[in-house]
Structures are given as C-alpha cells and as structure tokens.
Design a protein around this ligand. Structure first.
Ligand SMILES: Nc1ncnc2c1ncn2[C@@H]1O[C@H](COP(=O)(O)OP(=O)(O)O)[C@@H](O)[C@H]1O
Ligand SMILES: [Mg+2]
Length: 381
C-alpha cells in the first residue's frame, strides 16, 4: 500500500484534505443547498463526486478511493432518500445505481493505481540491483586486470631471476677463491670487499623478486596485530633513527586476527620502510627543528557491519599525489631512483590473501597514511 507522508495517518494529511475531504464537503454542501426544482444541478453535483474518488485513488490507492466512495455514499444517502434537508429529485433507481457506481469506480481505479505502483516499485528495485551488479563487475574487472598484470610480470621475473641466480652464484664462488689471494693489508682488499658486497646485494634483490613471483602459501595462526606492530617498530627503529626519522608506536587494544605472522610483518615493514624513505628523502622540507616522523597505530573499526582491525602507518613526508594512488600498487612502479617498485604490490597481495583491504590517503597535517584492514576473529576481544 502507499505510505502516507509524515507520521500522521493518511486520512489526516494535508493531501487527504485537498484531494478528498474538502471537495467532498463542498459537493455535499452544494447538494443539500440546491432546491428540488433545479434537478439538472443535482445531476451535476452527483457526478462531481467522482472527482474526489479518482483523486483519492491516485493519491492513496485502493484504500483512499474506497474510503472516499463510502464516505460519499453515507453523506449522500440522507439527501437521496430522506427529506432531512432537501431531496435529490432524480429517480430512486438512478440514485441507488450512482451510489453503487461510486464504490465500483473507486474500487477499480484504486486497484489499478495500486497495481501500477507495485509494478513501478518492482522495476525500481530491479534497476537498483542491476546498478549494484554493474558496479561490482567494474570493480572485479579492475581487479582481474591488476591480477593479470601481476601474474604476467611474476612469470617474467621468475624466469629472469632464475637465469641470473646461477651465474651470480658462480661469480660469488670464484670471487671468494680469488679473494683468498689478496692480503688483508693490500690496498686491493677494499675493492674486493666492495665486489663481494655488491654480489650479496644482487642476491638479496633476486630473493625479493623470486619471493614476489613465487609466494609461499599462507601459514595461518592466531596473531595479535599489536605484536606485529611492535615487532616491525623494533626492527626498523634503530636504522630509521640513523636517518633522522622517529618511529612512533602508539599503544592500542589487543586485535586478534587469523593470519600469517611473517607475511603480515613483511606487509607492515614495507609500509614503514616506504614511509621512512619518504620522510628521510624530504627532511629539508620540514620546518626547522622538526624531525621526520612515522607513526604506527592499530585499532578496531567497523565496515559494512563487519569488524576489522586497522593498522595505520602515517608519516610527515610529501604524501602520495592523487594521480599516483592507483599506480603505486602496481609491481615495478617506483619513483625512487633505487626503488624496485615491489614493496607495495607485495603488501597489497599479502593483504588480499588475508581477505583484507589496503587504502592510502593523506595523513592529518600532510604526509601519507596507509591503512591495512584485516577481519577480526569473531568472539574474541
Ligand atoms: N609513505 C609514502 N609517501 C610517499 N610516497 C610513497 C609512500 N609509500 C610509497 N610511496 C610511493 O609508492 C611507490 C612504490 O612503492 P613501493 O612499491 O614500495 O616501491 P619502492 O619503495 O621500491 O619505490 C614509491 O616509489 C613512492 O613513489
Ligand atoms: Mg618500497
């Protein structure tokens, strides 16, 4: 049925008075005040009653039309069949028929309007469902494109890394043998150490590429997000301090999730390293006496009626420009001269594997703020 506007019942709304009660009162008054000899006027008044009945149907559906018809019949009956005031001079049969017709017309138009309204509501619901499905598909399409790009890149790098790994191993082995012949006091010793250190660095980069291309499966266990934050803060605190960056871990409640501890730590570590690089590389931008700062905090939140634990990594660096916010999650996208562009894509994949969400926006007061949302374990504080 049709809902009435506001909290008043439908028959007391302004619309009911304008469409039903005032027209009915006016026509009824006209009936009672018209003399018996003006029977043509009585014929007009009788037919004018259809107006509020039809208006009632369009405004309030079947209920409005039928109530209008019943009220009209009740008001008209004394005038039709008694000499209470004046009497409608028309034939008795005609007047009876007219009253039956009031109810019939009210019933038919009311039912038609109701049916039309139901059909329209159904069509609107279907349209809304369709729109939601289209939105969902668009999101999935983007996801598929990204995943496709990731797996193609992954295969390429895995192949390349494998090809490089063996020659690199040979280089390292032979270099070590040759190194035995260089005396510790020799001026060439420094050159040799640099040689070995560079090979080690290449190996480390290779490992990262390989672990990106061939991620190991998740090893799920109960984990507290606060412990992960503490672990990461402990890991980077000293080296960040050397770069003039303070890592500030804020206290928060225990946040139990089911996850892969090592991978989650890796995901957060990537964010913290990025934030450290961002502020360290831009420390000249900071006001005098202000140091680079990376803040780490975890707290609970609710999204779409689901409970999540949020890990927030924010910094007071230059922030991420709006037009880059999609691309920074792509593998190999980097704006740093010595960046690999893998950190954020690895982090995004780990978050995805945990059915979580990763977002980036501006930190209050400038800088970047990355957020990882992970589903909390139900029933645990
Ligand atoms: N905290 C941050 N502030 C500003 N820019 C950032 C931040 N974190 C990431 N970025 C941007 O995202 C890019 C990609 O990051 P990432 O995938 O970790 O690769 P890399 O660190 O090797 O460049 C960075 O090169 C940088 O442009
Ligand atoms: Mg990085």
């Amino acid at each position: 049925m049709i809902a009435s506007p506001g909290r008043r019942p439908w028959f007391l709304t302004g619309r009911a008075f304008v469409a039903l009660w005032i027209p009915i009162a006016l026509v009824t008054a006209a009936h009672y005040l018209t003399g018996e000899r003006l029977h043509w006027l009585h014929d007009i008044w009788r037919r004018l009653y259809y107006l509020p009945i039809i208006l009632g149907a369009f405004s309030f559906g079947l209920r409005g039309a039928l109530w209008a018809a019943v009220v009209i019949a009740a008001l008209y009956a004394p005038h039709a069949f008694t000499t209470f005031a004046t009497i409608d001079p028309a034939h008795g049969i005609e007047k009876t028929l007219e009253m039956i017709l009031y109810v019939v017309v009210g019933g038919v138009t009311g039912a038609l309007v109701d049916r039309e309204r139901r059909a329209r509501e159904r069509a609107e619901r279907i349209a809304a469902d369709l729109q939601a499905a289209v939105d969902q598909m668009r999101l999935m399409e983007q996801e598929v494109i990204r995943a496709g790009r990731l797996s193609a890149m992954g295969e390429l790098t895995a192949g390349l890394a494998h090809e490089i790994r063996n020659p690199l191993g040979a280089l390292k082995g032979t270099a070590q043998i040759l190194g035995d012949e260089i005396a510790a006091a020799s001026p060439r010793r420094g050159m040799f150490d640099l040689h070995l250190a560079t090979i080690d660095r290449l190996e480390a980069i290779l490992e990262r590429f390989l672990s990106f291309a061939r991620p190991r499966p998740l090893d799920l266990a109960p984990v507290d997000l606060q412990e992960i934050l503490a672990e990461v803060a402990g890991l980077v605190g000293a080296s960040a301090g050397n770069l003039g960056v303070d890592v500030d871990l804020r206290a928060g409640p225990c946040l139990p999730v089911r996850g892969d501890r090592e991978k989650l730590a890796q995901a957060v570590l990537n964010l913290v390293l990025n934030a450290t690089h961002a502020v360290a590389g831009n420390s000249d931008r900071l006001p005098d006496g202000d140091r680079g700062r990376v803040a780490l905090v975890a707290m609970p939140t609710t999204r779409s009626a689901r409970e999540f634990g949020v890990i927030e990594v924010s910094d007071n660096g230059p922030g991420v420009p709006l037009d880059l916010r999609e691309r920074i999650f792509n593998p190999f996208f980097s704006t740093r001269p010595d960046g690999t562009g893998l950190g954020l894509s690895i982090t995004a994949r780990i978050v995805e594997e945990h059915a979580g969400i990763i977002e980036v926006d501006d930190a209050p007061g400038g800088g970047a703020r990355f957020r990882i949302l992970l589903p909390l374990r139900a029933g645990e504080g």
